[in-house]
Design a protein around this ligand. Structure first.
Ligand code: ATP
Ligand code: MG
Length: 328
């Protein structure tokens, strides 16, 4: 921060030749404003970033530039997370459950979020990703896994009170296992002298994906833009399919029964136009010029469902990167 500001102020005499001082000061403010607006702030002044906090504007820019077709997820996360992080005395930890078809951006949005909250060294300390099939593969060891889960949450929050836990593939978790973390998500001031109320728990799953797709299809058939889908149109269905399906990871879970999940966040299935945007973004990230023609070709390489309409990409944007490599 200091060196760039100093550089800008050194430029003052050059900029200000013949200009009133107020215009020059204004110019510097505009430049610094642009820098912070575009999220360059954290990049340029990494050491002075506010760890465990989030710049809403930078997060919104990141979402808008990189995440496509997910207006509901963006809306909910942009509202819930900054508000939670700015509360110094939350009553309980924040719990978000992200649901949707494969390749629709659940992991991706979680990663963008944690990158906006923590720098790399702090991510190592404060962010834990738990993958059901990797960490808890055996059905006959559930009790042991429950103990491990509790230990992991306890030690992480001891190290970092604003720890973020991402539970991936929750629908592949053995029934009952996730209930081991219930005490940490509840409205307790302290448990054994430690407060868990500033932590964030994010659950990712495919449960409810069919219901979300049905609704998106219904809107499309009625000629209504998908952006008109409201959270209330779909939240209940997602919640019920998570609670009632044996293979949802939340089957009859006390986390749901006791209303400890704050938001059920639906991820909509992605259409051809979204897949095309994913290809363009991927080109940009790899340093290539955005090429509409190529993006259409790659998007056409993906398969689409249902049979009659071929509206939604079967794998969302998940294999876009691999498919694009075949064309480069
Ligand atoms: N909505 C999206 N906007 C932009 N890119 C996306 C989107 N969804 C997915 N992608 C791209 O596809 C990749 C895979 O997506 P991601 O891992 O987030 O899928 P997922 O929803 O977690 O799927 P799964 O249920 O299979 O785990 C991302 O890294 C990103 O490059
Ligand atoms: Mg995923």
């Amino acid at each position: 921060m200091k060196c760039v500001s100093a550089a800008l102020w050194l430029l003052l005499p050059v900029i200000s030749r013949g200009e009133p001082i107020s215009i020059t000061v204004g110019t510097v403010s505009v430049i610094t404003g642009i820098i912070s607006y575009y999220g360059l702030h954290n990049y340029l002044w990494g050491s002075s970033r506010m760890e465990g906090a989030v710049n809403v504007t930078a997060l919104q820019v990141d979402f808008d530039q990189n995440v496509f077709g997910q207006h509901l997820a963006k809306q909910v996360i942009l509202k819930a997370v900054p508000r939670f992080l700015s509360n110094e005395n939350p009553k309980k930890p924040l719990a978000l459950s992200l649901h949707g078809w494969t390749g629709t951006g659940k992991n991706y949005i979680s990663q963008i979020l944690v990158h906006n909250i923590y720098s790399e060294p702090m991510r190592k300390k404060c962010v834990r990703t738990i993958v059901a099939t990797l960490h808890f593969p055996h059905a006959n060891r559930v009790q042991e896994y429950k103990d491990q889960l509790q230990m992991m949450v306890k030690s992480s929050v001891k190290d970092c009170e604003r720890a973020i836990f991402i539970f991936d593939e929750i629908d592949k978790m053995h029934p009952g296992l996730i209930d081991a973390i219930k005490p940490f998500l509840d409205y307790y001031d302290h448990i054994d002298g430690v407060s868990y109320r500033k932590a964030i728990f994010i659950f990712l799953s495919n449960a409810g994906g069919e219901k979300i797709t049905e609704l998106a299809l219904k809107f499309w058939r009625a000629g209504r833009p998908r952006e008109e889908i409201k959270l209330s149109d779909v939240e209940r269905d997602v919640y019920l399919s998570a609670f009632n399906k044996k293979d949802s990871g939340f089957w009859h879970s006390s986390l749901i029964e006791k209303n400890l999940i704050d938001y059920f966040v639906p991820f909509l299935p992605l259409e051809f136009t979204h897949v095309k945007k994913c290809v363009l973004a991927e080109l940009r990230h790899r340093g290539f010029v955005e090429d509409e023609e190529l993006a259409s070709q790659v998007a056409k390489d993906m398969t689409y469902s249902p049979k009659e309409t071929k509206l939604f990409s079967d794998k969302g944007c998940k294999t876009v990167s691999a498919k694009l490599s075949l064309h480069l």
